[in-house]
Design a protein around this ligand. Structure first.
Ligand SMILES: N#Cc1c(-c2ccc3cc[nH]c3c2)n[nH]c1N
Length: 230
């Protein structure tokens, strides 16, 4: 999978050089390129924003640098079938595990990190004439820009790419994979500060363990996220 990120804070994505994402990049499973939007400006101050038409607080990201940056990232080969541009936005559709699974099947993802009051709408509209565009929200709260959201999305998507996670079986036992929250986990010692590991987990009866874990998933989901059971 090829991932391109455009941001005025490219250094923000150094986190993608470490841990599982870094290993996947070194293995060639993920090809990630980060682009500085200011490299596509032509004035002395490398200006990326301007005042909003219609007035209002804050600034809007200018379309020209974005247009040139996306021209560079899309190249001549990008089509709606092979390239998906993801625009993080509080006005987007919710980012869920199901969306992560969909996007993990795409060959090329382009993430556009807005700042200020957002990106001139014409950038999104023009890109939609060239590639698939999805405006996606990390959650119902307000961030200062797209970078935090893009980092979270790339981790959630990247870990689903075959080969990135060592034991694929672990992916199927996580929260939200089967519509339920995950069961509680324990490791040694069997007793810690007077607290015991549930005996069923020590008995080696795999059928009983599996049944207990499913019961725990149902109980935890009913208690914490009853909405998932609707
Ligand atoms: N995704 C997402 C977001 C954002 C977000 C995304 C981009 C920009 C650009 C300026 N401000 C932004 C906020 N806020 N809350 C979310 N769930």
């Amino acid at each position: 999978m090829r991932i391109d990120i455009v941001s005025i804070f490219p250094e923000f994505f150094g986190v993608l050089d470490i841990s599982l994402m870094g290993k996947a990049r070194r293995q060639g499973l993920l090809d990630v390129a980060v682009h500085d939007l200011r490299d596509f400006t032509h004035d002395r101050h490398r200006t990326v924003d301007d005042t909003p038409y219609g007035g209002g607080a804050g600034m809007v990201m200018r379309p020209e640098p974005w247009g040139e940056a996306l021209d560079h990232v899309f190249g001549d080969a990008a089509t709606p079938e092979n390239t998906t541009m993801i625009v993080p936005s509080p006005a987007g559709t919710p980012f869920t595990q199901a969306v992560a699974r969909e996007l993990a099947l795409e060959p090329h993802l382009v993430f556009t990190c807005g700042r200020y009051e957002g990106i001139d709408q014409r950038v999104v509209d023009h890109a939609a004439s060239r590639v698939t565009v999805r405006e996606i929200s990390l959650g119902d709260y307000v961030l200062n820009g797209g970078e935090v959201a893009v980092t979270a999305m790339i981790e959630a998507i990247g870990r689903l790419v075959p080969g990135v996670v060592g034991n694929p079986a672990s992916l199927s036992e996580e929260s939200h994979e089967d519509g339920l929250l995950e069961y509680p986990s324990y490791t040694k010692p069997a007793t810690w500060r007077g607290l015991d590991v549930p005996p069923v987990l020590l008995g080696g009866n795999h059928g009983a363990i599996s049944a207990w874990r499913h019961e725990q998933q149902i109980e935890r989901t009913r208690r914490v996220r009853p909405d998932l059971l609707d």
